[in-house]
Design a binder for this molecule. Structure first.
Ligand SMILES: Nc1ncnc2c1ncn2[C@@H]1O[C@H](COP(=O)(O)OP(=O)(O)OP(=O)(O)O)[C@@H](O)[C@H]1O
Ligand SMILES: [Mg+2]
Length: 339
């Protein structure tokens, strides 16, 4: 299966200009530093990493909402990075988004019917009655019903609001949905329900997802591939099972260690191992070499001197870590390893 990528991000840099007190242009902040990733039609890429690693910046860049300083974002053959959010409507409707906080992302003044039919009103010629029929069908698809049409967002639980946001995102039958932490604000059992709903809709409709989360364990079930970000860099990428069960980058291992274990003995062993690792408070930003080296339990002299390129991992994907240098030849690029 070698379908052309639907979304292809190449060497993306995103720089925010933080204003100084005097209102001058301020200092540049490099939130994303050369990220590449690709998503094929119908595929789900899980993008994980700790807070501040640049996940939302990438999501927002795809939606035309983040300041791209260089690099390319191609969607179905169109270059998005050059459009500065002025996507033609024909393109706009093909990429939809669902955000973390269903409390602020749904307009409280609108009814559920308005929320779900708004994209249909803007992008289609459907009549009011046809839009309503479509809204009812969409509500049923997310396990809500016609009786919810007249209600307002505040009358729903967090999980129900996220179902409404998903119904709205599905209305135009997009080819891709950018999901930025869609379940982070929900309790655990609701998280699973929403992940199952997303899975089920993807299977039925063949939509591609860019699914952002903190929690690798949560995205592992639904993702085909997983990319791991650390301080603006994608440090590892590969098939979901491989990344989850056999992480190659020390940072991915640390992320997985943050997932609680059910076996108390295993949990104790892990805690003991963690004590010997450097404290996470150690300076986070390494100005040269590997971005993770100040927190890495396996850091070597070389890690301070050079930036590790993306090395192929035997069981699939790539990781930017010198620990793989002896085992594998250098991969041509992150994108090539996804073929
Ligand atoms: N508009 C902005 N202006 C200045 N800095 C910003 C802006 N948006 C994000 N940043 C900074 O860029 C970095 C990456 O932010 P981003 O929101 O992409 O991270 P994230 O991985 O999504 O984090 P989280 O998991 O907390 O959502 C952070 O240090 C953040 O403070
Ligand atoms: Mg974010």
């Amino acid at each position: 299966m070698t379908a052309a990528p639907l979304l292809e991000i190449t060497d993306l840099h995103i720089t925010y200009w933080r204003r100084s007190l005097l209102g001058l242009r301020g200092k540049p902040f490099h939130a994303v530093r050369g990220a590449s990733l690709s998503i094929r039609p119908g595929e789900t890429l899980g993008l994980v990493g700790e807070s501040g690693s640049g996940k939302s910046s990438i999501a927002n860049a795809v939606l035309g909402l983040a300041p791209v300083s260089s690099g390319s974002i191609r969607f179905a053959g169109s270059e998005l990075a050059a459009m500065n959010a002025r996507y033609p409507p024909s393109l706009r409707k093909r990429i939809q988004a669902v955000f973390q906080d269903p409390y602020s992302s749904l307009n409280p003044a609108m009814t559920v019917e308005d929320i779900i039919t708004e994209p249909l009103r803007v992008h289609t010629e459907l009549t009011r009655a046809e839009r309503r029929a479509k809204a009812i069908e969409l509500l049923q698809r997310v396990s809500l019903s016609e009786e919810h049409l007249r209600r307002h967002p505040y009358q729903f639980s967090g999980g129900q609001r996220q179902r409404i946001a998903i119904a709205s995102a599905l209305a135009l039958q997009p080819e891709m949905i950018v999901l930025d932490e869609p379940v982070s604000a929900l309790d655990v059992s609701t998280q699973n329900q929403i992940i199952n709903l997303l899975y089920e809709r993807r299977e039925a409709l063949g939509i591609a997802y860019l699914l952002i989360a903190h929690d690798l364990a949560l995205v592992h079930h639904i993702s085909d591939r997983i990319a791991v970000m650390y301080l603006g860099h994608i440090v590892e990428e590969g098939p979901s099972d491989r990344v989850f069960h056999a992480p190659a980058h020390p940072y991915t291992k640390a992320l997985l260690d943050a997932v609680p274990l059910l076996d108390p003995q295993a949990q104790r062993r892990r805690r003991a191992a963690r004590k010997s690792a450097p404290a996470p408070e150690a300076a986070r930003v390494a100005p040269t070499g590997c971005p993770y080296r100040n927190r890495c339990p396996s850091a070597m002299k070389r890690c301070a001197e050079e930036s590790p390129p993306a090395y192929s991992v035997a069981a699939g994907g790539v990781a930017s870590c010198f620990l793989l240098a002896d085992a594998r030849p250098e991969a041509a690029s992150a994108a090539s390893a996804t073929a």
